[in-house]
Design a protein around this ligand. Structure first.
Ligand SMILES: *Cc1c(COP(=O)(O)O)cnc(C)c1O
Length: 472
């Protein structure tokens, strides 16, 4: 312990700036961290790793927070040797569960630049350059989705916040229309949102936050929500329905709803069409899948998560409104200290979703897209779709294995004859223990199964076939 009274601080070296000033000490810290990052980004043999128990982590990491600090070298080695290995490597080619992540090298590297540059992405006044680049990406995506010229929005943290922000804007629009026609702000029975019974859990979560009802419509046997069911719900619940959510690639199966049929109901009914494309909308970049998404051009809002299939690091969702004014009206925060931003009339990203302070989290995607070009994205997305089809054929060919549904995008769901849930559990645990793959059990209609979710261009047919071999 140093005694402050015994060692007076020289007036020319104030210690309160030690962490912030550029000095030999901070240079060393930056070098250490950048060297580590460089190694990790370029490594080709990062293991899959696996979780550890809280007690194991307490024992191995020890107490890391103290008055004096461990020093950067020791803190980094705790991360490298204890903490990082207790986190699954989500960009590993044999990570095939949930929806993996597969950030491009350019996007990962530029994420460091975003942090290094202390960018504030909430307002035009503070972040014009960053916001300009993010907007170019959003406009490019909007054009890919067939949305009109004026469409725009904001990059938010994830699909859950994207869906919630879009639905809040949808309800706000419906409320304003009612009031313009002399109605009460809320219909009898309260607001409701229509979606597929197979829609993502974040829709139900948004509805709970908003205190609105979800009216789930059963999908057909192939998992597709079709117009007839939606029409029936609209006829039965009428003005209560402020939005219909169609899924552009369900998480469990990668199934795309009949967006075109659902969108054409707009000719007869007044509702906001939201497309939840968190995982799947990226497939519109590929000629192999684009046709499945007809009708997206009529959406009032869409989301897609670049951290899923657009090769950006966590965590980022593109939220795009057909008419951004609807989003701005619903979400702009008003406060005395913010008036200077709001009154300027500039495009401020914070005005378009549930958030205020924001990192310009769209920039890693911007950099990677600008550097590599849209063609590289189309090629990489197409490769996963083609691989999904090829491994689906292989599953069909192998005795004892059965596809649960034909894959539409890049999720392949299949069963092993005679396996109960416990068999899948044991098999999955062994794959991870042996560090061969991360493939977890799933289920459909009460039956256990498993799935390959393929978004990583480094995943190969041979790797997947080897995993199938372990089921024999
Ligand atoms: C992943 C996903 C979400 C949720 O997105 P987060 O980024 O995890 O919040 C919503 N909808 C669908 C279809 C998804 O696949």
């Amino acid at each position: 312990m140093t005694d402050a009274a015994a060692q007076p601080i020289p007036p020319n070296r104030p210690t309160h700036t030690r962490m912030h000033s550029t000095s030999p000490e901070t240079q060393d810290i930056v070098d250490l961290v950048l060297d580590y990052s460089r190694r990790r980004i370029l490594a080709t043999d990062t293991p899959l790793d696996h979780a550890a128990s809280p007690s194991e982590l307490r024992r191995l990491a020890g107490t890391t927070i103290s008055e004096e600090g461990l020093g950067a070298r020791r803190a980094l080695s705790v991360f490298e040797l204890v903490l990082a290995p207790a986190c699954i490597t989500t960009d590993h080619p044999q990570y095939l569960s949930f929806i993996p992540s597969a950030p491009s090298k350019a996007a990962i590297a530029f994420d460091l630049v975003v942090s290094a540059s202390a960018l504030y992405g909430g307002s035009w006044l503070e972040g014009a350059g960053a916001v300009h680049a993010e907007n170019e990406v959003l406009h490019w995506l909007a054009a890919e989705f067939g949305l009109p010229e004026g469409a725009g929005g904001v990059f938010v943290q994830g699909g859950t916040i994207g869906n919630l922000s879009a639905l809040v804007a949808a309800r706000d629009s419906a409320r304003i229309r009612r009031e313009e026609h002399g109605g009460s702000p809320r219909p009898d029975g309260g607001w409701a949102v229509v979606c597929s019974a197979e829609a993502h859990s974040s829709i139900a979560s948004a509805a709970r936050v908003m205190d609105v009802d979800v009216l789930p419509v059963p999908a057909d046997d192939d998992g597709v929500l079709r117009a007839e069911g939606v029409r029936a719900a609209l006829e039965a619940h009428g003005e209560r329905v402020f939005a219909v959510v169609a899924t552009g690639g369900s998480t469990n199966f990668g199934v795309v709803d009949d967006i075109s049929g659902i969108a054409s109901l707009k000719d007869d009914f007044d509702f906001w069409l939201h497309i939840d494309g968190a995982y799947g909308l990226a497939a519109m970049l590929s000629p192999l899948a684009r046709d499945r998404f007809a009708g997206v051009e009529r959406a009032d809002s869409v989301i897609v998560d670049p951290h899923k299939w657009l090769f950006a690091p966590y965590d980022v969702c593109a939220l795009i409104y057909r008419d951004p004014e609807t989003g701005r009206r619903a979400h702009t925060q008003h406060a005395e200290y913010l008036d200077t931003l709001t009154d300027a009339g500039d495009w401020s990203p914070s005005d378009y979703s549930i958030q205020l302070t924001r990192r310009p989290r769209g920039l890693p995607l911007w950099f990677s897209l600008a550097a590599s070009g849209a063609g590289a994205y189309r090629e990489a997305v197409s490769a996963s779709i083609a691989l999904a089809r090829r491994i689906a054929d292989e599953i069909t060919r192998r005795p004892g294995l059965r596809l649960v549904r034909e894959p539409q995008l890049s999720v392949v769901v299949f069963e092993r004859d005679g396996w109960e849930r416990a068999d899948y559990d044991r098999w999955s645990q062994r794959l991870l223990e042996e560090q061969r793959a991360f493939v977890v059990p799933s289920s459909h209609a009460g039956r256990p199964n498993t799935r390959f979710a393929i978004v990583n261009p480094l995943t190969t047919f041979e790797q997947l076939a080897e995993i199938l071999d372990t089921m024999e």
